[in-house]
Design a binder for this molecule. Sequence first.
Ligand SMILES: [Zn+2]
Length: 331
Amino acid sequence: MKKIVSLILSCSLLISAFLFSQTSVSAATFEDINKPEVFIKQQPRTCTLASSVMLVRRATILCDETNWKSITEESMRSTAWIEGTGLRWDFTYNGITVSHQDLPKKNKKTALIDLLKIHPEGIVAYNYGNSKQYHAIILTDYSEGVFYCADPAGSTVGRVPLESSTIKGKDQDAKIANFSYYWYVASPDLANSVCDHLHQTELKNEKPATYFEKGYTGDKVCTICKEVIEKGKQINKLSLKTPGVKYATAKKKIKVTYKKVKDATGFQVKCVNTENGNSYAKKYNTKKTVTKAITSLRGKSYKVKIRSYTKNKDTGKIVYSKWTKNKKLKV
Ligand SMILES: [Zn+2]
């Protein structure tokens, strides 16, 4: 009896572990599966294959796999395509099993809305001969009365409203009426992996770095559930460039030509008498390239260096660049 109880216990543990692994949430977001580069244009007469490539790519992203770019018409063709016939009814590529179904003759719109609810990766919808057209697209999602798709033909790029696709029909409803059947991802079940919604993210708390404060790249926050999907990173403070400089000497004088650097509000000169160690420092507020003279010098040999600085108007805080190399000068 004890053995049976422990057997049942370990079985239920296994089952719950299995269920847990089935419902592990994908880190991929709505933006990830709708990036323009996820979508492709077809070769001549391969609309179903091209649409399936986009379907398998999106499913792969939802599985948190990074190899989706390597999925192309060329790579999938021998698995998914029968030369001279077209796309297979069922195939498995890159661990994604794709199958096909007829659409109901009535209430196609409701059927498609329900399908998109359980297929966050989308479905490949095919107009098979209605209005003398044979063309497939991928329906990506449905939101507030609008179906979105990517069309492997035509001039539209990426995810667009179904209404702007090349599927025959004067408006969305007429286009929907022309769909005959569809391909979908039969496994894995990706509706489970995204729970009740696919995160749609926006950037929050981003802050550009300045010379005075560190910046922040911003958190990716879901607009639906407010969950922080990805924390941002700190951005280092900007650093002010060391200025360019030229020196010239004259009687009891050193002329310093400062070459301005971006965002500097001035520069500082430090001049040291190498005979007695006396030093002289001065700041000049200038945003321009200028020549300033250090005058009334009594000694003969000096070393001089300069650095740029920028001053925060509000706080008065000053940030400096590195010094230039010391220049030895005879006066
Ligand atoms: Zn969310």
